[in-house]
Design a protein. Structure first.
Length: 236
């Protein structure tokens, strides 16, 4: 929260343009219609939606990655770059940044397929991949993953617990707000209002979760890399 308060206007502007706006446009144009009567139907509907919109989801992911990289440069670069300079630096580092993030995501997904627990553990151990790459200008994706493991040694499960609190709390908030917004839109009975409000709330909450997790990763990197490990242990 201190990181956000220090550069609130700039960070929220960049996050709004690269995180919120692409997600909002996608949801407005391709709102997922799921079968709410059964969990199996909802999962099947979600799978169909992601399959039919895979290209658009990829574009949203690319925009989000570029935005996260620009935010990290704004925070971590000691030269205090302007937004324009941060965007230019993001363009230079983006390929390595995206590859490192993709490798981390594949490792976590593989761990989730392998009895779930390994994937959750890897969420904690690979949590500082992005800030480590930016702060130390590492262009080898495998070296970045190894560096994250080095920094988070002894703290994997603790970091995962913090991220889980943020994600679960954000999801509960989204469900609560969506219910209120749905009732309000139904009472207003304005054509298209419910779709816009639902899409905006979803995009805003998910963008907020991404931004908070990104700032948490910076805080974790600074504490663990600069001040040493808070704790150590073979299973941390």
């Amino acid at each position: 929260m201190a990181l956000l308060k220090g550069q609130r206007e700039i960070l929220l502007t960049v996050a709004g343009f690269f995180l919120l706006l692409p997600m909002l446009i996608l949801l407005m144009l391709r709102w997922p219609v799921l079968d709410a009567e059964s969990s199996a139907g909802a999962v099947a509907g979600w799978n169909r939606w992601t399959e039919h919109n895979s290209l658009w989801l990829l574009l949203v992911a690319v925009c989000g990655s570029f935005g996260r990289l620009a935010i990290l440069i704004l925070i971590l670069d000691r030269s205090r770059p302007s937004v324009r300079e941060a965007l230019g630096g993001a363009a230079q580092l983006f390929l390595w940044f995206y590859l490192a993030g993709m490798l981390a995501g594949l490792a976590q997904y593989g761990g989730l397929l392998l009895f779930v627990i390994p994937g959750l553990y890897l969420v904690g151990r690979l949590f500082v991949v992005e800030p480590a790459l930016v702060a130390e200008r590492l262009t080898n994706p495998l070296r970045v993953l190894a560096r994250s493991f080095e920094i988070t040694r002894g703290n994997g499960w603790r970091i995962f617990a913090v991220t889980a609190i943020v994600v679960v709390g954000g999801t509960i908030f989204l469900l609560a707000v969506s219910t209120v917004v749905g009732v309000f839109a139904a009472l207003m009975n304005v054509n298209g209002l419910e779709l816009f409000l639902s899409a905006f709330i979803c995009a805003a909450v998910f963008s907020g979760i991404y931004l908070v997790l990104l700032l948490l990763s910076v805080a974790a990197y600074w504490q663990l890399a600069d001040q040493g490990h808070v704790r150590s242990g073979a299973f941390g």
